[in-house]
Every structure is written in C-alpha cells, then in structure tokens.
Design a protein around this ligand. Structure first.
Ligand code: NAP
Ligand code: GLV
Length: 310
C-alpha cells in the first residue's frame, strides 16, 4: 500500500510521526502543514487541528484520523461531511492517563496536598490516614480511558464508581448512568475524576449544581477538557468549603492566562495538559490499522458518531 497521508498538528512532531508511519508504509507519500501541494491525491488526513482552509480541496479523502482521543478541537464546520472520522486509541496514551489519575488520586487520598501546604508553613501536624477501600473515587466517563482508569484504581484497592451515558456492567465498579445516577454517585464520592468527551451534553457539566450534589469536601480531578468546567463555580464551591481541592490538567484557554485566579490558588493544582501523552511509535500501530481500513473501504475502528459528538 502506498497511501498519501496528510499531517497537521501544532503539538505533535511531523518528523517523529513520519518515522513511525514509514515502518508500516515504507512507500507512503507524506505531506505536512497548512499548504498541501497535491490535495486531490490525499487518502487520509492525520490531524490534531484542521488546516485553516479546511479539507474541501481533499476531494478523494477516505478518512480523517484525530491525533487525540478527543475530537472537539476539530472545527465541525471544516470537517468534510461523508468522510469517516476516528479518534486516537493508543497504549501509551491510556497508560499515561492511568498514571496521572493514580498520582492525583493518591495525592488526595494520602493528604499530600495538605502536607505540601504544612511543609511550606513549617508545620508538623499529624493528619490521620484512611485505607484505600474507604475512599470512594467516582469516574465520569467509562470509555476507553475512563474504563481503564476505573479498573486500575479498583486494583489499587479504592472503592470505585463510574458514570456513563448508557448503563454498563464493569467488574468491581459500581456503575451509574443518567442524571439521577450522577446525583446518586456524587453523594458518596470523595474524589471525582472527569474523563468525559466534550459534547453539547457535557459542556459546563462541572458547575455549581454539580458541586452542590458532591459529598462535602470532595476533591475534583479534571482530565477531560477545560470547557467541562465552569471556572467561577469551582472557585465559589471551594470558597464555600463544598469542594476541598482540584487538580486541573485542562483549561478553557490553553495556556492558562497568567492572570487567571487558578494560578497560585492554595487549593488548586494546575498541570499543562500533560495527563495523556501518546508516542508516535505506539500510536502509529492503531493509526496504521485505520489507514488500511480506510484504503480497503472498511469501517474505521474508534469511529466517531458525529450525531452524539464522541
Ligand atoms: P470514549 O472511549 O469515547 O468514552 C467516552 C465515555 O464518556 C463513555 O463511557 C461515554 O458513555 C461517556 N459519556 C459521553 N457522553 C456522556 C454523557 N452525556 N453522560 C455520561 N457519560 C457520557 O472516550 P475516551 O477515549 O475515554 O476519551 C475521553 C476524553 O478524555 C476525551 O474525549 C478527551 O476529552 C479526554 N482526554 C484528555 C487527555 C488529557 O491529556 N487531558 C488525553 C486524552 C483524552 P457510553 O459508554 O455510554 O458511550
Ligand atoms: C488529548 O487531550 C487527547 O484528546 O488525546
């Protein structure tokens, strides 16, 4: 197979991706950047963002493959209709998301966020520990990433609950769905981890109404998207003592602007969208499978259902 692959990203290395993809397609044609010289011969667009002028010149495109698990960064107005879109699934992305979720969860569970503050203030104060089985972790989203995170936290001994759009059965996880399911889950959850996709239904879901339903003193870990969170509502919920602390990997504006009140806030830890890192070497395996499917006219793996938004 000699696919013509078009690559566009402001955060991924085109050279590393070229090296990884050429292991699978030694004779491929590879075009990079805003201007593509022969758009009509492009078979597959591999993109984090779409080029400014969209893909309308790519008349024979067979698939758009996202370089992210999320697809909300792709402007829907510029996505060609009738060309299938797939999101990224990659072992290294899943493993790094699991690591981040575990690190942030253990930090709250073992009260490191409080000891960090005490340490800065030269304060030697004993705070009792609890067992993992007595800490309830609620995961919003039980898909590829949320499901793997929930499972790995359960393996660490936490009491894990998970919430999805459709009802699910997952071994060792208490599962919930729907609006009532969310209230029931939040009422008993100590640490909430958000790994939802950003859709019309989930935008601004982490708002005051949500925080009021949380167990008092719950901690929030947002690994989804910045637009899941209403920033002012989180600050108000922390001021009211309803929410104890938050770890935020994503922001409505990235990089988070220097004057944003999250910076330096004693109860908030900001990380610069680093929770999930995919390496071209591993990710190219699933991407290459999808390129073959596209060239063979087969349905893509991890194909996005545009009507539901993920
Ligand atoms: P996925 O496999 O598509 O799973 C999405 C999950 O969310 C599914 O369980 C789905 O429910 C649930 N869901 C969707 N809409 C819902 C709603 N309205 N109410 C309740 N549950 C809903 O996605 P994924 O691969 O796990 O990725 C999830 C997200 O993680 C991405 O979209 C991205 O935003 C984020 N992400 C962040 C980073 C980072 O570095 N911070 C890295 C990668 C991904 P069903 O099971 O019922 O369909
Ligand atoms: C990163 O945020 C991704 O969606 O993969």
């Amino acid at each position: 197979m000699k696919p013509h692959i078009y690559f566009n990203s402001n955060i991924d290395s085109p050279d590393e991706w070229k090296a990884a993809l050429s292991q699978h397609f030694p004779d491929m044609k590879y075009s990079v950047g805003e201007v593509c010289e022969d758009p009509e011969s492009v078979d597959v667009a591999l993109v984090w963002k779409l080029p400014n002028r969209g893909l309308s010149d790519f008349k024979n495109l067979k698939a758009v493959l996202s370089l992210g698990a999320g697809i909300n960064q792709l402007d829907p107005e510029k996505l060609p209709r009738n060309v299938p879109l797939a999101r990224l699934v990659d072992d290294s992305l899943t493993q790094t998301m699991i690591e981040y979720a575990k690190a942030a969860t253990f930090r709250y569970h073992r009260k490191f966020h409080l000891f960090e503050r005490q340490s800065r203030e030269a304060q030697w104060t004993f705070l009792p520990a609890t067992l993992a089985r007595d800490t309830v972790v609620g995961v919003l989203g039980l898909g590829e990433l949320g499901g793997a995170i929930a499972k790995s936290l359960a393996e660490e001994g936490f009491d894990v609950a998970g919430w999805s759009r459709t009802p699910k059965h997952v071994d060792a996880i208490a599962t919930y769905s729907g609006k009532d399911g969310l209230s029931d889950m939040l009422a008993c959850t100590d640490i909430v981890i958000n790994v939802l996709p950003l859709t019309d239904d989930t935008r601004s879901i982490l708002n005051l109404e949500f925080f009021v339903q949380c167990k008092r003193g719950a901690c929030i870990i947002n690994m989804g998207r910045g637009h899941h969170l209403v920033d002012a509502d989180l600050l108000a919920a922390i001021d009211a003592g309803q929410i104890q602390a938050a770890t935020l990997d994503v922001a409505t504006v990235e990089p988070l602007p220097p004057a944003h009140p999250f910076w330096g806030h004693p109860a908030i830890l900001v990380t610069p969208h680093v929770a999930g890192i995919s390496t071209p070497e591993t990710a190219a395996i699933t991407v290459a499978q999808n390129i073959r499917r596209a060239l063979n006219g087969e349905e893509l793996a991890q194909q996005v259902d545009i009507s539901r938004g993920y």
